[in-house]
Design a protein around this ligand. Structure first.
Ligand code: DX5
Ligand code: ZN
Length: 235
């Protein structure tokens, strides 16, 4: 594993562009451009048509991209059986695996399986899942992902009503002084990034706002990075 999410800075906003919004005809070019644009990692959205109402891409695509990218692969498993497939996604080249608390596999066993594959671990919660649901797992994982849209599709509107939940997760991480990063995903652009950063998110996923920015990816990533100023120094 070349990069490790645990050693990446937590006092600035890290940008994880979601490949879902890329031009799939030119994936090699898109991945190389986003890397040159200053992305901190690459967000890979895997959907099984069961946990979420859509199907995206899977192991072979990630494996193929691994040859062309030096970025940390931040794989978001929107699948019902993350424990069963963790090893396949790790072997394909993922550095980090985030799975959903709402999936069907045992949470503790899924965390152990991901660790045994050599990946760092994240747990994601959908909009209807309360902050407290993730608290029992905070000392066993490296990142929490608070969804700011209903997972399944790119290009949806940001749910500002998730900010209380985001702040509640941040408070708990801070209260227990845990080295857990806080990611947000869905509808994040140069405006909404300010809201998530102000509420403690230090890793932001952005698909549409990066891959389809009218002024180019470098400009998009720079604008998202600027929200680092809003993270307070204790974070
Ligand atoms: C939604 C995915 C997101 C999505 C974000 O299910 O998890 O990562 O691609 O796309 P935007 O940034 O366009 O909302
Ligand atoms: Zn995602």
């Amino acid at each position: 594993m070349k990069y490790d999410i645990r050693t990446m800075p937590c006092d600035r906003v890290l940008v994880s562009p979601s490949l879902l919004a890329a031009d799939f005809w030119n994936l090699e070019r898109e991945v190389s451009c986003v890397s040159q644009a200053g992305a901190d990692m690459l967000h890979l959205d895997v959907m099984d048509g069961h946990l979420v109402p859509n199907i995206s891409f899977g192991v072979p695509v990630i494996k193929a991209l691994r040859k062309y990218s030096e970025l940390l692969f931040d794989t978001h498993l929107m699948i019902s059986h993350p424990k069963k497939y963790a090893r396949a996604f790790a072997d394909a080249g993922s550095d980090h695996l985030t799975f959903h608390l709402e999936s069907e596999d045992d949470v503790s066993e899924t965390i152990k399986e991901i660790r045994s594959c050599g990946c760092t671990v994240g747990i994601s919660i959908k909009p209807a899942t309360p902050a407290e649901a993730v608290f029992p797992w905070l000392d066993k994982i490296d990142m929490v992902l608070v969804m700011t849209v209903e997972p399944g599709f790119g290009g949806q509107s940001f749910m500002a009503d998730m900010m209380n939940k985001l702040a509640a997760v941040k408070r708990e991480i801070r209260r227990r002084a845990l080295p857990v990063k806080l990611q947000t995903d869905g509808g994040i652009d140069e405006k909404t990034v300010r809201t998530v950063a102000a509420n403690g998110s230090n890793v932001v996923v952005a698909g549409t706002a990066v891959f389809r920015h009218p002024e180019g990816m470098a400009c998009a990533v720079e604008k998202l990075h600027q929200a680092s100023q809003l993270l307070d120094s204790e974070l």
